[in-house]
Design a protein around this ligand. Structure first.
Ligand code: SUG
Length: 416
């Protein structure tokens, strides 16, 4: 099979909970302390994967990481009883948002003709900074073939890196050489700027990208202050189309001109602030959508139900479909449990352009495997977690054994 885009969704782990750990992520703060429903969350995530599989698209997955994380607790010399936030960090199921797992440059973009993946260090948030060593271990199993893939450790922690959530790729077709756009924030605003410019530059050099097809673009500080803690909350790209909020970038006109100069085929769909304010975009997660090329060649936008049902955003989407733009379908999915922690459909997936035959087949989904995963989730994922439950040794044992059962079912016990 030629190069194609494969979406690797994070299976939502059995310790999914609402701890309010992410400053600047309004949903995480707004749902802090609520009861979470890990089984429902994981089933919603699986339903989204099945939805995209049924569209005829290749679908992969990545597994939840070990939680509560003994390596993290050991490193901070704590058993978790000292501080509820540290305990919650050790339990966090945040690796579900695989858009933050790594930055991916497919083979057509790199100097050595291999697909490069650099794990994101996620240093800004302690609960996320613990992810990358286990992420890199998993990526090295899934993308093990050195003829086709190079998996790099995270960039040094002085440079904050949030992975694909701040990276966009535009091209005439997935298999063609692409324009890679690294979006960074500058510190000094109300909330942390999680992606540093230098991190993107390190990744671009490591991946052997052509400077003529690489852009570094500053995120609008107003967008970060309004709650766009990652660029993928205000912009998404697929092939020749960029779908972005008018206020996504610090210099929108300069950014769009640079994109058009590097990729003359680019089509830029800008949503004006007078139709959808930054606040509406962020609360509805309109841009945290999967912009997908369907087998028919049409483009579809997989949006959270919150976007489709939002009064102003829904109207804007209807108008977009009625116009003759490049996005021809809008497909709502329910990922409410993830959304309440600030993770929409696009956060839950890592895009890798590759030949599916080159990926370890244990990470590829088909309907039969989805059924097997569903049965493990139904039988072993916890129904509900309240913040005070995170001190329970019995609950920790249940979480550990639920994940181990999934690994055994998928013949991936080496990741235990
Ligand atoms: O890093 N939320 C995640 C959401 C990540 C969304 N990803 C993308 N935009 N690609 C974060 O802020 C909340 C965890 C808590 O509060 O319990 C959290 O980590």
């Amino acid at each position: 099979m030629p190069f194609t885009e494969i979406n690797f969704d994070g299976i939502i782990g059995p310790s999914h909970n609402y701890a309010g750990l992410s400053l600047g992520n309004l949903a995480s703060a707004g749902h802090a302390g609520e009861t979470s429903y890990p089984r429902a969350a994981a089933l919603q995530g699986l339903a989204k994967m099945r939805h995209n599989l049924a569209l005829g698209l290749p679908q992969g997955f990545l597994l939840p990481l070990p939680r509560p994380n003994p390596v993290f607790l050991d490193a901070i010399a704590a058993d978790g009883s000292e501080d509820p936030r540290l305990r919650a960090a050790a339990w966090s199921a945040s690796s579900m948002w695989t858009a933050n797992a790594a930055t991916v440059s497919p083979a057509p973009d790199s100097a050595d003709g291999r697909c490069h993946l650099t794990a994101a260090n996620l240093v800004t948030m302690p609960h996320r900074a613990q992810e990358w060593p286990d992420t890199v271990r998993q990526l090295r199993v899934a993308f093990a073939n050195p003829a086709h893939f190079a998996v790099h450790d995270a960039v040094p922690p002085s440079f904050g890196d949030e992975g694909a959530a701040n990276h966009m790729r535009m091209c005439v077709g997935h298999g063609a050489a692409g324009l890679e756009i690294f979006v960074y924030g500058k510190p000094g605003g109300a909330f942390p700027a999680r992606q540093h410019e230098q991190a993107g530059r390190v990744v671009a050099r490591r991946h052997g990208l052509d400077p003529a097809r690489t852009l570094f673009v500053e995120q609008n500080p107003e967008a970060i202050s309004a709650g766009a803690f990652h660029n993928d909350v205000v912009a998404v790209a697929n092939e020749r189309v960029l779908f972005a909020h008018e206020q996504a970038f610090a210099d929108p006109a300069g950014t769009f001109a640079a994109i058009r100069a590097a990729l003359p085929e680019a089509e830029i769909v800008v949503v004006p602030a007078e139709a959808v304010s930054l606040a509406d975009a962020i609360s509805s997660y309109l841009f945290n959508a999967q912009l997908l090329t369907l087998p028919s060649g049409e483009m579809a936008l997989v949006v959270p139900t919150e976007a489709a049902s939002h009064p102003r955003v829904g109207v804007w989407l209807e108008g977009m479909l009625a116009s003759n733009g490049p996005i021809r379908r809008v497909l709502p999915v329910d990922v409410r449990q993830s959304m309440a922690n600030g993770g929409g459909p696009a956060c839950l997936r890592l895009r890798v352009v590759a030949d599916p035959a080159d990926v370890d087949p244990r990470f590829m989904l088909d309907e039969a495997k989805a059924g097997r995963i569903e049965r493990v989730i139904e039988a072993h994922w916890l129904d509900a977690i309240r913040p005070q439950d995170l001190s329970s040794v019995a609950l920790a044992e249940q979480v550990i054994s639920a994940r181990a059962t999934l690994l055994t079912e998928l013949e991936l016990s080496e990741l235990v």
